[in-house]
Design a protein around this ligand. Structure first.
Ligand SMILES: [Zn+2]
Length: 280
């Protein structure tokens, strides 16, 4: 009798072991490309700080978009400046944006067509992050629920709902993000709630198999120097949330050992592989 019990226990144990082995998650290949989504010359960079950190200074901002491949699925993070700005001259306006090359041209270099992209996730609704969104009209749009609500509530500075027409009026599939979202359910690509710049602003944590964790900051800050300055831009929608989101990303990057990529800081471009190479 006792032997039978032990035999059953051993059988169950070995079943458990084999089940665990077979149930081990298959980690899909994850890779990340940094795409050029334009540049923005700020003749007057003072709006980057509501305490005067940039008074009388100018700054040149980069503008990154990021393609993530998770197994066979493709997610585009932000869609950059509108293609109509291609070749626009940098002029004397306080904010002067320009685009050298559009997204379809870059994606073609790595054999990807716009319709191959299943998800377009945007950090927030500003025109420099959704400019080429309509190129990916077949993708599901992932956007912060509070940003989506704000777009429907009236005129917003730096936002043009027509850039999101396929979803705003065209019936395209919209996936509203509330809080954080583990996009593929395995922790490799996680949208982080980091409000303050806009009500539904998000950042993106990507865990790469060799490079390690990377955080794409959206516009939680525009320049690396803003972390130490606690520089909250004058155009942010909520000051306290802005500081809390900066704090969240700094602590998270420290705790998980993540590389922070400030999407508008030219100094951070070199932290990732140079396109058309991918970071893996
Ligand atoms: Zn921006």
């Amino acid at each position: 009798m006792r032997f039978t019990v032990w035999r059953h226990a051993l059988a169950s144990f070995s079943l458990l072991l084999s089940a665990n082995v077979h149930a081990a998650p298959v980690t899909p290949e994850v890779e990340l490309w940094r795409l050029d989504c334009g540049e923005i010359q700020m003749k007057d960079a003072s709006p980057l700080s509501d305490t005067g950190s940039y008074a009388g200074k100018s700054r040149r901002l980069s503008n990154g978009c990021y393609l993530i491949r998770h197994g066979k699925e493709l997610l585009l993070w932000d869609s950059g400046l509108p293609a109509t700005l291609r070749g626009a001259p940098i002029d004397a306006k306080p904010i002067s944006p320009t685009l050298a090359v559009d997204l379809p041209t870059q994606l073609a270099r790595i054999g990807i067509r716009p319709d191959d992209i299943g998800r377009l996730a945007i950090s927030h609704y500003h025109f420099d992050h959704v400019g080429q969104a309509a190129t990916f009209a077949k993708a599901t749009l992932l956007i912060g629920a509070k940003d989506w609500a704000a777009l429907h509530s009236g005129t917003i500075p730096f936002a043009d709902p027509s850039l999101l027409a396929p979803w705003f009026t065209g019936g395209g599939k919209v996936d509203l993000i509330e809080g954080d979202r583990d996009v593929f359910g395995d922790g490799s690509v996680v949208i982080l709630a980091t409000p303050g710049h806009t009500p539904g602003e998000s950042s993106l944590l990507v865990r790469l198999p060799h490079t390690g964790a990377v955080i794409l900051t959206g516009d939680v800050v525009h320049l690396e120097a803003q972390w130490a300055l606690s520089a909250v831009p004058t155009w942010n929608t909520e000051r306290a949330d802005s500081l809390a989101s900066m704090n969240r990303l700094q602590n998270l990057s420290r705790n998980v050992g993540a590389t922070i990529i400030v999407q508008h800081d030219p100094a951070d471009i070199g932290k990732l592989a140079r396109f058309p190479k991918a970071s893996r």
